[in-house]
Design a protein around this ligand. Structure first.
Ligand SMILES: Nc1nc2c(c(=O)[nH]1)N[C@H]1C(S)=C(S)[C@@H](COP(=O)(O)O)O[C@H]1N2
Ligand SMILES: [Mo]
Length: 259
């Protein structure tokens, strides 16, 4: 199947990094309990702390506290609520990082999988048909503050990883870095989030094939993560022992981005 690739046009205004950063900074204050401190003196103190990953230290600490609280409250196995199919609606196209005019056609598309100490693997999209198909209707949430109920179709990402024996035996290799063909967008995940039963390798949306703008031929959708981790035009999976940075964490975003 070849999908036409319309001119994507200019990137949407919604992708503005500085605005998203400000929003995330407010989030880390609220959820990390730092809001209680308040006051200009506190602000100055925060600004003067040593930077970690481009953010003043306490902001990064706020993100990490969020992650610990998130894991404790919701564990990696909590299920996101599913909705009736009749509630599913359209989703805006939001973010073109990693898009290019000459992405491989679906028939030539493969997901490359790399792990230290193992030969690289290539799984062509045609091979996915061996997996059970699933459809899942859930609320897709962008960190910018909007959300939509969408019906996603495809395969469980965990089924994909296990059926093709892609998960390295070495338990130290528990992080995944996912990339577009040109590496222009990346999303980092821990293995439990990747193999969460609702994490999908998705090729359909609201009963129709995924459109190019929404990530055709394949993207990831993870109802327990914000949109930033839902990488479009997925073509590479790398297993790593150390937690990798990704497109948005390199710009100050919360690494875990959990819901
Ligand atoms: N390759 C790629 N994937 C991406 C993005 C992007 O810019 N490039 N943006 C992310 C963000 S921030 C969101 S909210 C969702 C939006 O998905 P949509 O365009 O299908 O609505 O895609 C995510 N995946
Ligand atoms: Mo987003």
């Amino acid at each position: 199947m070849t999908t036409p690739r319309p001119d994507p046009g200019p990137p949407p205004e919604g992708g503005d990094a500085a605005r998203e950063m400000r929003r995330m900074t407010r989030r880390s204050f609220a959820a990390g309990g730092l809001a209680a401190l308040g006051g200009f003196g506190t602000w100055k103190w925060l600004q003067s702390r040593p930077a970690a990953d481009g953010l003043p230290g306490p902001f990064r600490a706020g993100h990490e506290l969020n992650e610990r609280v998130g894991r404790a409250l919701f564990s990696d196995r909590h299920l996101a609520p599913e909705f009736d199919r009749s509630l599913a609606g359209d989703l805006r196209v939001n973010g073109w990082h990693g898009w290019s005019d000459d992405l491989p056609a679906a028939a030539d598309w493969a997901i490359e999988v790399e792990a230290p100490g193992r030969p690289p693997r290539r799984v062509g999209l045609g091979e996915l048909a061996a997996l059970p198909r699933v459809e899942s209707v859930f609320e897709f949430k962008c960190i910018e503050g909007w959300s939509r109920v969408v019906a996603w179709g495809g395969y469980r990402f965990g089924d994909f990883l296990t059926a093709f024996d892609l998960i390295p035996a070495d338990p130290a290799l528990r992080y995944l870095l996912l990339s577009t063909p040109d590496g222009g967008y990346t999303a980092a995940l821990d293995l439990p989030s990747a193999t969460h039963p609702q994490s999908l390798l998705c090729d359909a949306m609201n009963g129709a094939p995924l459109t190019p703008g929404h990530g055709a031929p394949v993207r990831l959708v993870l109802p327990v993560k914000y949109g930033v981790k839902n990488i479009k035009w997925l073509s590479k999976v790398q297993f790593l022992a150390a937690r990798p940075t990704d497109y948005w964490t390199a710009r100050g975003y919360d690494w875990y981005a959990g819901l």
